[in-house]
Design a protein around this ligand. Structure first.
Ligand SMILES: Cc1cc2nc3c(=O)[nH]c(=O)nc-3n(C[C@H](O)[C@H](O)[C@H](O)COP(=O)(O)OP(=O)(O)OC[C@H]3O[C@@H](n4cnc5c(N)ncnc54)[C@H](O)[C@@H]3O)c2cc1C
Length: 470
């Protein structure tokens, strides 16, 4: 292995990781006229094909769309997205029902393909003037010299002068490790004892959908669940979320017969749609899940982290990418407002704005796992959802379901979490001992809403402008 001397002029920003967040940030900063260099350990997916690795498709919500809009990419991405109006819940007994996420089609989420989204972002980053370097894995930071060392596929390491370093290199961030070598970031990773596995549902004849496309399908089974999101080619990507150990657990699903028996017993209507169940199950890795908590996101005006590198979440609110895109937009907005003359102040302002919000969505995502797998088919949950919808109708200036605040609005996550706690207490009080909406005491409801909830700020009412494809 040889180490060449530093290569090329010093850019304004050096972004590590050209995944979803790094490539979006490169677009936003390059469009402001900054010299941006982006380093990615994998090959250029536009030449070598997209190397998946995890979650083939993702739920895009208003926050993500808002950031894409700022990058001029909304139309290109949405042309390939599939609308999801709500959860299509497949109960054990075979009953299937749609639980709408919002009030109408202005309150929906979108299934987007990770690979295609990444390609669109990379093209846009290059078009905006960012310099992209593939097959370049960050291996070392020389903090004194202000340079980084990157390894190529041949094992050779090259040094590059670094601008302001931004770590968008995901949950296993190498930049975070380099920062942690010189400062205590207060890092804690809390693994979830559940993992995930993807299985493919192919398209029907002529590219038709074999399940309702405009919904996020869930087979909730208390301790575990299967979900499926549509792709524009008529296929669906199914994901099984299951305990790593125990019964049932991934550790027990070790041979084809056991896997088939498990799927046929638990998901009898979905199993015939999975074309190569055993093949997918044993070919695809079992993904690990967890939450990354960090006390500190930046280092003395030298480096800052965002996206999964700063706050990996569990995926049960469908917000990891959305939150990372919101990070990128917030950072670019601060760069525009504050400039780069005092990077320590810039990074501190960014962390002060975003960390409380990332912490809040990390907590809400953990809670949502229990809701998705265990509660969506529960009568008490359905009654509370109905009460919440009615409270929103009666008191639209004060009450908005937490899911809507997180998913459709621009209210900061931390405020959505705080309002969610106050609203949950009101719902508990109103629903206790009641079996249906007719038995609810609406004058008590009005009193509680008026007393416990302040008027919603304008950002809660923000909605993405419609006229989007279905
Ligand atoms: C099963 C699952 C389902 C999900 N579903 C959703 C969803 O529905 N909605 C949603 O909003 N979010 C979802 N997420 C979360 C989402 O995938 C992440 O939040 C998002 O990918 C984070 O983007 P990122 O750019 O920060 O990190 P990543 O996507 O991990 O990208 C990091 C990039 O850095 C590169 N890299 C890593 N190390 C180095 C190095 N040393 N040098 C150079 N480059 C490096 C990697 O190759 C990669 O390209 C889901 C996650 C999982 C696991």
């Amino acid at each position: 292995m040889t180490t060449a001397p530093p290569d090329g002029p010093r850019p304004d920003f050096t972004i590590v990781g050209a995944g979803l967040v790094g490539s979006l940030l490169a677009v936003l900063l390059a469009r402001q006229g900054h010299r941006v260099e982006l380093f990615e350990r994998r090959g250029d997916p536009r030449r070598s094909g997209y190397e998946g690795g995890r979650s083939i498709n993702l739920a895009m919500a208003a926050r993500g769309l808002r950031a894409l809009e700022a990058a001029g990419l909304r139309e290109a991405v949405m042309a390939q997205a599939v609308m999801m109006r709500g959860r299509m819940v497949h109960e054990r007994g075979g009953a299937v029902g749609l639980q709408r996420y919002g009030r109408d089609d202005s309150e929906v989420i979108w299934s987007v393909h990770r690979g295609r989204l990444n390609l669109a972002l990379l093209d846009a980053a290059e078009a905006a003037g960012a310099r992209l370097h593939f097959d370049r894995r960050l291996v070392e930071v020389d903090w004194d010299a202000g340079s980084i060392a990157l390894a190529g596929p041949d094992g050779e390491t090259r040094r590059h002068p670094a601008g302001l370093l931004v770590g968008c290199d995901g949950a296993g961030s190498a930049l975070r490790a380099a920062m942690a070598a010189v400062a205590d970031l207060g890092e804690r990773f809390a693994p979830l004892d559940h993992g995930y596995k993807e299985v493919a549902i192919g398209p029907g004849p002529g590219g038709s959908f074999r399940l309702e496309p405009n919904a996020l399908h869930i087979w909730p089974r208390d301790a575990f669940m299967l979900i499926a999101l549509a792709n524009i080619d008529g296929s669906f990507t199914g994901t099984l979320f299951l305990a790593s150990e125990g019964e049932p657990g991934f550790s027990g699903l070790t041979d084809a017969a056991t896997v088939r028996a498990f799927f046929e017993r638990e998901f009898p209507d979905a199993t015939p749609l999975v074309d190569d169940l055993e093949g997918d199950f044993f070919r695809h890795p079992t993904g690990l899940l967890g939450t990354l908590w960090l006390e500190r996101w930046h280092l003395a005006g030298r480096a800052v982290l965002m996206g999964d590198a700063a706050h990996a979440l569990v995926p049960f609110h469908g917000q990891g990418m959305n939150c990372g895109f919101e990070d990128a937009l917030a950072f670019a907005t601060l760069v525009e407002r504050l400039g780069t003359g005092d990077p320590a102040a810039l990074f501190a302002a960014f962390a002060a704005e975003r960390k409380p919000n990332a912490d809040a969505i990390a907590r809400m995502a953990l809670e949502n796992y229990v809701e998705m797998r265990d509660r969506v088919d529960d009568p008490d949950f359905k009654l509370k959802q109905a009460i919440a919808a009615e409270l929103q109708r009666r008191h639209p200036d004060r009450f908005m379901p937490r899911y809507a605040l997180v998913t459709f609005s621009a209210l900061p996550y931390a405020q959505a979490e705080a309002r969610g706690i106050a609203q949950a207490a009101i719902l508990d009080r109103l629903a206790t001992g009641r079996a249906d909406l007719g038995a609810i005491d609406w004058s008590l409801a009005a009193e509680l809403v008026g007393r416990e909830l302040s008027p919603l700020p304008a950002s809660a009412h923000w909605r993405f402008p419609q006229a989007l494809p279905t």
